[in-house]
Design a protein around this ligand. Structure first.
Ligand SMILES: [Cu+2]
Length: 123
C-alpha cells in the first residue's frame, strides 16, 4: 500500500517536471527566431558635428540591435523613421525587415545638422 502511493507520487513528480521542461524548451525555441540566439548586436556610433561614425551600419534580419551613441561634442540622436524609433543615448530594436534604411540626427545640433545622415543596412 505504501509502495503504491510512493510510485504514484514519483510518477506524478516526473510527469510535472517533463511538462515544465517541454514548456521552457518551446519558449526558448520560439524566441530564438526573433532575437537571434538571444544575442544582442551592440554598435557604438560616434557622433560629432556633423557626422556619424560609422555612418553605414550593417546588421542581419531578425537581429536585436543595440545602438549606443557616443557624443563627441554636443548632444546628437539617431532617428530611423522606417522602424519608428528615435535613439537618445542608447536604444534597442529588432531589425525585422531587409533593406536599406536611412537614419539622421534627431536633435538640432548646429548649421550642418541636416547633413548628419547614415544608412542602416539589414541583410
Ligand atoms: Cu544634429
Amino acid at each position: 500500500m505504501q509502495n503504491k502511493k510512493l510510485i504514484i507520487f514519483v510518477s506524478l513528480f516526473i510527469f510535472i517536471i517533463l511538462i515544465f521542461l517541454l514548456i521552457f524548451n518551446f519558449k526558448s525555441v520560439t524566441s530564438a527566431k526573433v532575437i537571434d540566439n538571444g544575442n544582442v548586436r551592440e554598435i557604438t556610433v560616434n557622433a560629432k558635428q556633423f557626422e556619424f561614425n560609422p555612418n553605414v551600419i550593417k546588421v542581419k534580419e531578425g537581429e536585436r540591435v543595440r545602438i549606443k551613441i557616443n557624443n563627441l561634442d554636443v548632444e546628437h540622436a539617431i532617428s530611423i523613421p522606417e522602424f519608428g524609433i528615435d535613439i537618445h543615448g542608447e536604444g534597442e530594436f529588432v531589425a525585422k525587415k531587409k533593406g536599406n534604411f536611412s537614419f539622421s540626427c534627431h536633435i538640432y545640433c548646429g548649421s550642418g545638422h541636416e547633413a548628419m545622415k547614415g544608412v542602416l543596412i539589414v541583410e
